[in-house]
Design a protein around this ligand. Structure first.
Ligand SMILES: Nc1ncnc2c1ncn2[C@@H]1O[C@H](COP(=O)(O)OP(=O)(O)OP(=O)(O)O)[C@@H](O)[C@H]1O
Ligand SMILES: [Mg+2]
Length: 253
């Protein structure tokens, strides 16, 4: 279970599910071991991830960086339980994902994981508040509670006065903030973001990062974001560098 050396807290975290780190008791929220992903392209196999081991604590804030095509989105989708690895283990809250049924997995994903995409992926025909309520409908949250929570979340991301706007009636930065509010709808323990600022100007990007830092510090949400931008990556506490489907390094920022 333990790696050969323990060069950093990530590796040290692999040693046990509960461990002390400074004053606060930290908890492993997700652990992946030896995950590979291979796409079959006709007669040709494309190996995109080649054995990735990572451990995420409830207090972690990671950026994932690497060249285009290195497997960042593929990895993030596996961490978000949006896809399954070709081999290897994905454990969330100590539960092996491959042992869960489709329904159990969907429920776990809905409860534990918030996902933010580069191109927002909002439903264009729904208002901001309806978009945020969608994941709650899926988990059966009663309507009154849904409205209340959506209103609180949109207010938190600074969109209290834009609740009834459709995505086309919002700026890029505002759309991404709706998407973040939606990702937080079911109070996830982890927020995964794939180039969340990739489609935004630097000012809107900085606002999104301020929000992420707040979520991490005040709500102790584990943050994992993919970015190409060193100015965005520096907001994270550690940077995972990936190349050709292999983790090259994990360094503190
Ligand atoms: N569904 C798929 N079928 C086949 N090949 C795929 C599929 N998804 C991704 N790939 C390939 O896997 C490799 C890694 O893709 P991935 O999207 O993870 O890269 P990335 O690091 O996120 O790149 P970028 O920075 O451009 O977003 C790419 O070469 C891509 O062409
Ligand atoms: Mg990508």
């Amino acid at each position: 279970m333990v790696s050969k050396q323990a060069p950093n807290a990530v590796q040290a975290a692999a040693e046990g599910h509960e461990h002390t780190h400074g004053a606060r008791q930290r908890k492993v929220v997700m652990e992946v071991k030896g995950i590979t992903k291979t796409y079959q392209m006709g007669s040709y196999q494309l190996q995109v991830l080649r054995g990735v081991d990572l451990t995420f604590d409830d207090d972690d804030f990671f950026a994932i960086m690497g060249p285009s095509g290195s497997g960042k989105s593929t990895l993030l989708h596996l961490l978000g339980l949006l896809d399954v690895p070709t081999s290897g283990s994905v454990k969330i809250d100590g539960r092996e994902a491959s042992k869960l049924s489709e329904d159990e997995l969907a429920r776990l994903r809905g409860e534990k994981i918030g996902f933010v995409f580069q191109f927002f992926h909002l439903i264009p025909t729904l208002s901001a508040t309806e978009n945020v309520q969608l994941p709650m409908i899926f988990l059966g949250v009663p309507e009154e509670e849904r409205r209340k929570r959506a209103s609180e979340l949109l207010t938190m991301v600074g969109l209290g006065s834009r609740m009834e706007h459709k995505p086309s009636e919002l700026s890029g930065g505002e759309r991404q903030r709706v998407a973040i509010a939606r990702a937080l709808a079911n109070r996830p323990t982890m927020l995964l973001a794939d180039e969340p600022t990739g489609n935004l100007d630097s000012k809107s990007g900085a606002e999104i990062m301020k929000l992420f830092i707040d979520l991490h510090e005040k709500k102790h949400i584990t943050m994992i974001m993919v970015t190409h931008d060193p100015n965005i990556a520096k907001y994270a506490h550690k940077i995972i560098r990936i190349k050709d489907g292999v983790i090259q390094s994990i360094d503190k920022t």
